[in-house]
Design a binder for this molecule. Structure first.
Ligand code: NAD
Length: 272
Protein backbone atom coordinates (compact mmCIF):
# COMPACT_ATOMS: atom_id res chain seq x y z
CA UNK A 1 0.00 0.00 0.00
CA UNK A 2 2.97 2.33 0.68
CA UNK A 3 3.47 3.43 -2.91
CA UNK A 4 -0.19 3.73 -3.91
CA UNK A 5 -1.84 7.14 -4.31
CA UNK A 6 -4.23 7.65 -1.38
CA UNK A 7 -7.54 8.89 -2.82
CA UNK A 8 -10.53 10.38 -1.01
CA UNK A 9 -13.89 10.16 -2.79
CA UNK A 10 -16.47 12.90 -2.11
CA UNK A 11 -20.04 11.82 -2.83
CA UNK A 12 -18.96 8.26 -2.04
CA UNK A 13 -22.48 6.84 -1.69
CA UNK A 14 -23.76 8.30 -4.98
CA UNK A 15 -24.16 6.41 -8.25
CA UNK A 16 -20.74 7.55 -9.45
CA UNK A 17 -19.21 7.63 -5.95
CA UNK A 18 -19.71 3.89 -5.48
CA UNK A 19 -18.21 3.18 -8.91
CA UNK A 20 -15.27 5.44 -8.03
CA UNK A 21 -14.62 3.65 -4.73
CA UNK A 22 -14.64 0.33 -6.61
CA UNK A 23 -12.33 1.68 -9.35
CA UNK A 24 -9.87 3.18 -6.84
CA UNK A 25 -9.69 -0.14 -4.97
CA UNK A 26 -9.42 -2.12 -8.18
CA UNK A 27 -6.42 -0.14 -9.44
CA UNK A 28 -3.07 -1.40 -8.16
CA UNK A 29 -1.70 2.17 -8.07
CA UNK A 30 -4.39 3.75 -5.90
CA UNK A 31 -5.95 3.10 -2.51
CA UNK A 32 -8.96 4.53 -0.70
CA UNK A 33 -7.96 7.03 2.00
CA UNK A 34 -11.39 8.46 2.75
CA UNK A 35 -15.04 8.57 1.75
CA UNK A 36 -17.22 11.66 2.27
CA UNK A 37 -20.96 12.14 2.14
CA UNK A 38 -23.47 14.76 3.31
CA UNK A 39 -23.95 14.72 7.13
CA UNK A 40 -27.57 13.50 6.85
CA UNK A 41 -26.85 10.75 4.33
CA UNK A 42 -28.05 7.30 5.50
CA UNK A 43 -24.65 5.90 4.44
CA UNK A 44 -22.82 7.90 7.15
CA UNK A 45 -20.65 5.59 9.25
CA UNK A 46 -20.98 2.69 6.81
CA UNK A 47 -17.94 0.97 5.30
CA UNK A 48 -17.36 2.59 1.90
CA UNK A 49 -16.29 -0.74 0.38
CA UNK A 50 -19.48 -2.48 1.46
CA UNK A 51 -21.54 0.38 -0.03
CA UNK A 52 -19.60 0.01 -3.28
CA UNK A 53 -20.08 -3.76 -3.33
CA UNK A 54 -16.36 -4.55 -3.19
CA UNK A 55 -16.17 -5.91 0.35
CA UNK A 56 -15.12 -4.20 3.59
CA UNK A 57 -12.23 -1.73 3.21
CA UNK A 58 -12.12 -0.40 6.77
CA UNK A 59 -12.83 3.11 5.44
CA UNK A 60 -15.92 4.63 7.04
CA UNK A 61 -18.07 7.22 5.27
CA UNK A 62 -17.67 10.54 7.11
CA UNK A 63 -18.94 14.11 6.68
CA UNK A 64 -15.72 16.14 6.97
CA UNK A 65 -13.31 16.37 4.05
CA UNK A 66 -10.73 18.72 5.69
CA UNK A 67 -10.04 16.14 8.40
CA UNK A 68 -9.01 13.62 5.71
CA UNK A 69 -6.77 15.84 3.59
CA UNK A 70 -3.58 15.23 5.54
CA UNK A 71 -3.57 11.59 4.45
CA UNK A 72 -4.99 12.22 0.95
CA UNK A 73 -2.94 12.45 -2.25
CA UNK A 74 -5.83 13.27 -4.63
CA UNK A 75 -9.54 14.00 -4.08
CA UNK A 76 -12.16 12.79 -6.55
CA UNK A 77 -15.48 14.66 -6.38
CA UNK A 78 -18.61 13.71 -8.34
CA UNK A 79 -21.38 15.51 -6.44
CA UNK A 80 -23.23 18.78 -7.15
CA UNK A 81 -21.69 22.13 -8.18
CA UNK A 82 -21.89 23.90 -4.76
CA UNK A 83 -20.33 20.92 -3.01
CA UNK A 84 -17.60 20.58 -5.64
CA UNK A 85 -16.63 24.22 -5.13
CA UNK A 86 -16.35 23.62 -1.38
CA UNK A 87 -14.19 20.57 -2.05
CA UNK A 88 -11.83 22.52 -4.31
CA UNK A 89 -11.64 25.38 -1.78
CA UNK A 90 -10.69 22.97 1.01
CA UNK A 91 -8.12 21.23 -1.22
CA UNK A 92 -6.61 24.53 -2.39
CA UNK A 93 -5.91 25.41 1.26
CA UNK A 94 -4.03 22.13 1.75
CA UNK A 95 -2.38 21.80 -1.67
CA UNK A 96 -4.25 18.61 -2.61
CA UNK A 97 -5.07 18.05 -6.34
CA UNK A 98 -8.71 17.49 -7.36
CA UNK A 99 -10.31 15.40 -10.10
CA UNK A 100 -13.96 16.29 -10.60
CA UNK A 101 -16.62 15.18 -13.05
CA UNK A 102 -19.48 17.20 -11.56
CA UNK A 103 -21.62 18.84 -14.26
CA UNK A 104 -23.99 21.79 -14.24
CA UNK A 105 -21.51 24.41 -12.96
CA UNK A 106 -22.55 27.98 -13.80
CA UNK A 107 -20.13 30.30 -15.59
CA UNK A 108 -19.45 32.03 -12.24
CA UNK A 109 -18.72 28.69 -10.57
CA UNK A 110 -16.37 27.72 -13.41
CA UNK A 111 -14.60 31.05 -13.02
CA UNK A 112 -14.20 30.39 -9.30
CA UNK A 113 -12.74 26.93 -10.05
CA UNK A 114 -10.32 28.61 -12.46
CA UNK A 115 -9.14 30.96 -9.69
CA UNK A 116 -8.68 28.13 -7.19
CA UNK A 117 -6.76 26.16 -9.84
CA UNK A 118 -4.02 28.76 -9.60
CA UNK A 119 -3.13 27.10 -6.29
CA UNK A 120 -3.61 23.40 -7.13
CA UNK A 121 -4.00 21.25 -10.25
CA UNK A 122 -7.67 20.53 -11.01
CA UNK A 123 -9.06 18.20 -13.68
CA UNK A 124 -12.64 19.28 -14.40
CA UNK A 125 -14.27 17.18 -17.12
CA UNK A 126 -17.97 16.84 -17.92
CA UNK A 127 -17.24 13.40 -19.31
CA UNK A 128 -14.33 11.23 -18.27
CA UNK A 129 -14.87 8.51 -20.87
CA UNK A 130 -12.06 7.95 -23.35
CA UNK A 131 -14.60 7.33 -26.12
CA UNK A 132 -16.42 10.62 -25.53
CA UNK A 133 -13.16 12.55 -25.53
CA UNK A 134 -12.34 11.00 -28.88
CA UNK A 135 -15.84 12.01 -30.03
CA UNK A 136 -15.01 15.66 -29.17
CA UNK A 137 -12.03 15.37 -31.47
CA UNK A 138 -13.94 13.71 -34.33
CA UNK A 139 -16.77 16.26 -34.14
CA UNK A 140 -14.36 19.18 -34.35
CA UNK A 141 -12.68 17.59 -37.36
CA UNK A 142 -15.95 16.75 -39.16
CA UNK A 143 -17.70 20.07 -38.41
CA UNK A 144 -14.72 21.98 -39.77
CA UNK A 145 -14.25 19.81 -42.87
CA UNK A 146 -17.93 19.60 -43.82
CA UNK A 147 -18.39 23.35 -43.49
CA UNK A 148 -21.54 25.45 -43.10
CA UNK A 149 -23.47 23.53 -45.82
CA UNK A 150 -23.98 20.84 -43.16
CA UNK A 151 -26.35 21.66 -40.27
CA UNK A 152 -25.28 20.43 -36.85
CA UNK A 153 -27.70 18.97 -34.29
CA UNK A 154 -26.74 17.42 -30.95
CA UNK A 155 -29.07 14.94 -29.20
CA UNK A 156 -28.37 13.61 -25.72
CA UNK A 157 -30.26 11.04 -23.64
CA UNK A 158 -29.84 10.24 -19.94
CA UNK A 159 -31.65 8.52 -17.08
CA UNK A 160 -34.68 10.10 -15.46
CA UNK A 161 -32.79 11.07 -12.25
CA UNK A 162 -30.24 13.36 -13.93
CA UNK A 163 -30.57 16.84 -12.47
CA UNK A 164 -29.03 19.14 -15.12
CA UNK A 165 -29.91 19.59 -18.79
CA UNK A 166 -28.55 19.59 -21.39
CA UNK A 167 -25.74 17.31 -20.25
CA UNK A 168 -22.28 18.81 -19.68
CA UNK A 169 -21.08 16.59 -22.53
CA UNK A 170 -23.68 17.99 -24.94
CA UNK A 171 -22.61 21.52 -24.01
CA UNK A 172 -19.00 20.58 -24.65
CA UNK A 173 -19.96 19.11 -28.05
CA UNK A 174 -21.70 22.41 -28.79
CA UNK A 175 -18.54 24.35 -27.90
CA UNK A 176 -16.36 22.07 -30.01
CA UNK A 177 -18.65 22.24 -33.07
CA UNK A 178 -19.05 26.03 -32.78
CA UNK A 179 -15.29 26.47 -32.51
CA UNK A 180 -14.76 24.40 -35.68
CA UNK A 181 -17.06 26.85 -37.52
CA UNK A 182 -15.60 29.98 -35.88
CA UNK A 183 -18.98 30.67 -34.28
CA UNK A 184 -19.69 31.64 -30.68
CA UNK A 185 -21.34 28.70 -28.89
CA UNK A 186 -23.73 30.92 -26.88
CA UNK A 187 -24.94 32.71 -30.05
CA UNK A 188 -25.46 29.52 -32.08
CA UNK A 189 -27.11 27.29 -29.47
CA UNK A 190 -30.80 26.42 -29.95
CA UNK A 191 -32.07 24.45 -26.95
CA UNK A 192 -35.76 24.29 -27.76
CA UNK A 193 -38.04 24.38 -30.81
CA UNK A 194 -41.80 24.67 -30.70
CA UNK A 195 -44.54 26.21 -32.83
CA UNK A 196 -44.03 28.24 -36.02
CA UNK A 197 -40.28 28.47 -35.78
CA UNK A 198 -39.62 29.40 -39.41
CA UNK A 199 -36.64 28.36 -41.49
CA UNK A 200 -33.56 27.11 -39.69
CA UNK A 201 -30.93 29.86 -39.48
CA UNK A 202 -27.58 28.86 -40.95
CA UNK A 203 -25.56 29.69 -37.83
CA UNK A 204 -27.52 27.43 -35.52
CA UNK A 205 -26.56 24.32 -33.54
CA UNK A 206 -29.52 22.50 -32.04
CA UNK A 207 -29.07 20.79 -28.65
CA UNK A 208 -31.92 18.48 -27.66
CA UNK A 209 -32.42 16.57 -24.42
CA UNK A 210 -34.09 13.21 -23.73
CA UNK A 211 -34.67 12.00 -20.15
CA UNK A 212 -35.91 8.43 -19.76
CA UNK A 213 -35.52 5.30 -17.65
CA UNK A 214 -32.00 4.25 -16.74
CA UNK A 215 -30.10 5.39 -19.87
CA UNK A 216 -26.48 5.84 -18.71
CA UNK A 217 -25.62 8.42 -21.37
CA UNK A 218 -26.01 8.67 -25.16
CA UNK A 219 -24.72 11.51 -27.35
CA UNK A 220 -25.30 11.83 -31.09
CA UNK A 221 -24.05 14.62 -33.33
CA UNK A 222 -25.91 14.83 -36.65
CA UNK A 223 -24.31 16.74 -39.51
CA UNK A 224 -26.80 16.93 -42.36
CA UNK A 225 -26.22 18.49 -45.77
CA UNK A 226 -27.94 18.23 -49.16
CA UNK A 227 -28.48 14.55 -49.98
CA UNK A 228 -26.42 13.05 -47.13
CA UNK A 229 -25.68 13.13 -43.44
CA UNK A 230 -23.13 11.90 -40.95
CA UNK A 231 -24.07 10.80 -37.44
CA UNK A 232 -21.44 10.33 -34.77
CA UNK A 233 -22.74 8.49 -31.71
CA UNK A 234 -21.29 7.51 -28.36
CA UNK A 235 -23.24 5.30 -25.98
CA UNK A 236 -22.09 4.62 -22.42
CA UNK A 237 -23.10 1.09 -21.39
CA UNK A 238 -22.24 1.55 -17.71
CA UNK A 239 -20.67 4.11 -15.37
CA UNK A 240 -17.51 2.00 -15.09
CA UNK A 241 -15.84 3.83 -17.98
CA UNK A 242 -16.30 7.24 -16.27
CA UNK A 243 -14.78 5.88 -13.06
CA UNK A 244 -11.85 4.33 -14.97
CA UNK A 245 -11.25 7.71 -16.65
CA UNK A 246 -11.26 9.45 -13.26
CA UNK A 247 -8.64 7.02 -11.92
CA UNK A 248 -6.56 7.65 -15.05
CA UNK A 249 -6.80 11.39 -14.26
CA UNK A 250 -5.66 10.69 -10.66
CA UNK A 251 -2.44 9.11 -11.95
CA UNK A 252 -1.93 11.98 -14.41
CA UNK A 253 -2.51 14.83 -11.93
CA UNK A 254 -0.02 13.77 -9.25
CA UNK A 255 3.04 16.04 -9.35
CA UNK A 256 1.49 18.54 -11.83
CA UNK A 257 1.83 22.27 -11.44
CA UNK A 258 -1.35 24.17 -10.52
CA UNK A 259 -3.79 24.77 -13.38
CA UNK A 260 -7.20 23.86 -14.75
CA UNK A 261 -7.16 20.79 -16.99
CA UNK A 262 -9.65 18.47 -18.68
CA UNK A 263 -9.64 14.93 -20.04
CA UNK A 264 -8.20 16.12 -23.35
CA UNK A 265 -5.07 17.04 -21.36
CA UNK A 266 -5.10 13.76 -19.45
CA UNK A 267 -5.41 11.73 -22.66
CA UNK A 268 -2.89 13.84 -24.57
CA UNK A 269 -5.55 14.96 -27.10
CA UNK A 270 -5.29 18.70 -26.28
CA UNK A 271 -4.20 20.95 -29.17
CA UNK A 272 -3.58 17.98 -31.36
P1 NAD B 1 -25.81 11.05 -7.34
O1 NAD B 1 -26.90 11.99 -6.95
O2 NAD B 1 -26.10 9.59 -7.43
O3 NAD B 1 -24.55 11.21 -6.36
C1 NAD B 1 -24.10 12.44 -5.87
C2 NAD B 1 -23.69 12.19 -4.42
O4 NAD B 1 -23.05 13.37 -3.93
C3 NAD B 1 -24.89 11.91 -3.51
O5 NAD B 1 -24.68 10.70 -2.80
C4 NAD B 1 -24.93 13.11 -2.58
O6 NAD B 1 -25.38 12.79 -1.26
C5 NAD B 1 -23.45 13.52 -2.58
N1 NAD B 1 -23.24 14.90 -2.14
C6 NAD B 1 -23.95 16.01 -2.46
N2 NAD B 1 -23.47 17.08 -1.80
C7 NAD B 1 -22.43 16.64 -1.06
C8 NAD B 1 -21.53 17.27 -0.15
N3 NAD B 1 -21.62 18.58 0.12
N4 NAD B 1 -20.58 16.50 0.45
C9 NAD B 1 -20.49 15.17 0.20
N5 NAD B 1 -21.33 14.52 -0.65
C10 NAD B 1 -22.27 15.25 -1.27
O7 NAD B 1 -25.27 11.61 -8.74
P2 NAD B 1 -24.31 10.87 -9.78
O8 NAD B 1 -25.12 10.22 -10.86
O9 NAD B 1 -23.29 10.06 -9.05
O10 NAD B 1 -23.61 12.13 -10.47
C11 NAD B 1 -22.84 13.04 -9.71
C12 NAD B 1 -22.28 14.12 -10.66
O11 NAD B 1 -21.37 13.52 -11.57
C13 NAD B 1 -23.34 14.80 -11.52
O12 NAD B 1 -22.99 16.16 -11.69
C14 NAD B 1 -23.24 14.05 -12.84
O13 NAD B 1 -23.71 14.80 -13.95
C15 NAD B 1 -21.75 13.84 -12.90
N6 NAD B 1 -21.30 12.77 -13.79
C16 NAD B 1 -20.16 13.01 -14.47
C17 NAD B 1 -19.61 12.03 -15.27
C18 NAD B 1 -18.31 12.31 -15.95
O14 NAD B 1 -17.77 11.44 -16.64
N7 NAD B 1 -17.73 13.50 -15.77
C19 NAD B 1 -20.23 10.79 -15.38
C20 NAD B 1 -21.40 10.55 -14.65
C21 NAD B 1 -21.92 11.55 -13.85
Amino acid sequence: MADTIPVTVVGAAGRMGRKLVAAVCGDPGTSLAGAVETPDHPGQGADAGLLAGVGALDVKVTASLPALLEKTGVVIDFTVPASTLKTIEACAKRGVPVVTGTTGLSDEQKEEVGKLARKIPVVLAPNMSVGVNLLFHLVELAAGMLGPGFDIEIVEAHHRLKKDAPSGTALRLLEVAARARDWKASDSARFCREGMIGQRPEREIGVQTVRAGDIVGDHTVIMAGAGERIELTHRAHSRDNFAAGAVRAVHWIVGRDPGLFDMQDVLGLANG
